[in-house]
Ligand binder design. Sequence first.
Ligand code: CMC
Length: 439
Amino acid sequence: MAITEIRPAAAAGATTADTLTVRDDRTGRTYVLPIEHGAIKATDLHAIRSSDEDEGLFTYDPGFMATAAVKSGVTYIDGERGILRYRGYPIEELAERCGFLEVAYLLLHGELPTRDELVGWTYEITHHTFIHENVKKYIDGFHHDAHPMGMLMSTVAALSTFYPEAKRIGDAPLRRRQIARLIAKMPTIAAFAHRHAVGLPYAYPDNDLSYAGNFLNMMWKTTELKYRPDPVLERALEVLFILHADHEQNCSTSAVRVVGSSRADPYSAVASGVGALYGPLHGGANEQVLRMLEEIGSVDRVPEHIARVKRGELRLMGFGHRVYKSYDPRAKLIKKVADQVFAVTGRNPLLDVALELERIALEDEYFVGHKLYPNVDFYSGLIYQAMGFAVEMFPVLFAIGRTPGWLAQWEEGLLDGEQKIARPRQLYIGPPERHLPPA
Ligand code: CMC
């Protein structure tokens, strides 16, 4: 249905339940806009003009608070009720019963793999985990104190120069090959970035191990002939990857889609996603939570920290979410994982500080009034730290988990005939035309 102008307004009997009727008080004209999937098309507003010279009405929406830029069938979130589903499956069931590669397949293909498909997919990922030795040399070039997110972002971008055929994004089998490469190589680059920072020799992938087990092998292997991951920690990491695998149109996924909309190769698009994830309001939050807990230091200092947050001096990291306004279902699941991990590693001493922060915040009128609850990052850092990861690695772990989601969304955008190159409009508020003074 197209936008129609009603003349005269009294003819508004034409409206149905799926329309929005608006009156432009500048002109006195009334318009009926179709509503589809609970949204009006912003471009329909273009037809609403105050004069012939007028470009038409725009919507102004910094941060995309109320603007859907895509139609997507990948992930569903109901922020009011704390619901998260990948391709229709509740996150609780996936985290309980599936492996990470199974979930990655689901995100990318829309259906869970059959047993044979899973075997083939796992083989494909496992056999793409090695990186070219020149990529290793590239990592060697970083300074010893380079942040691993910066290393990951630029190394992923560099992969596009190793696989120039990735530019042929219209070739479906080739596209799928790059997707497998990216999912396979993220843990290798991440672990190599860590080994470079601490000055350890790189540990190469071990094809006998699971996706998460192999990552632990590349992180921690030293002199043993065969690294054997602790099964509890291996499964915990797998669950954490599943919980991070997709989250619809968040900041980094939008970055991937925006870059992808210019028809850039997937390595460049995913590198932009890593960049967006790096920020402290997004994937960098788990690192900031740990730094915050360390700074608070002890339970008795929690009230003072809460008071500072309420005075607006700082934010409570790991709290709040753009979409979840009741609770973040991932945070609930992560708390369970934390118990399992701490049973193996011993309790993280900062857990008491975190629990007290959570207790006070959940009772406090500021946090209740603002609908601020712990998000996925509040407890993930404590688990990662207990498992031995350096704080700088936390957002890197997030990036490994998020890669299948980025790629599923990238491909969906690419194949969506309604999508165009992303190009937001602006409301110009600068000076009107003026001229240079005479020389
Ligand atoms: N601590 C204190 N106050 C907060 C917080 C917080 N963590 N988050 C939001 N608020 C307040 C904010 O000050 C504002 O108050 P007021 O209306 O009185 O000015 C109100 O709540 C709304 O905040 P907003 O910044 O407009 O909300 P947003 O939807 O743009 O931001 C957010 C969402 C996640 C960026 C924000 O809650 C935040 O900065 N949280 C801390 C960082 C964090 O934990 N990020 C990880 C998000 S989950 C992982 C992921 O998906 O990336």
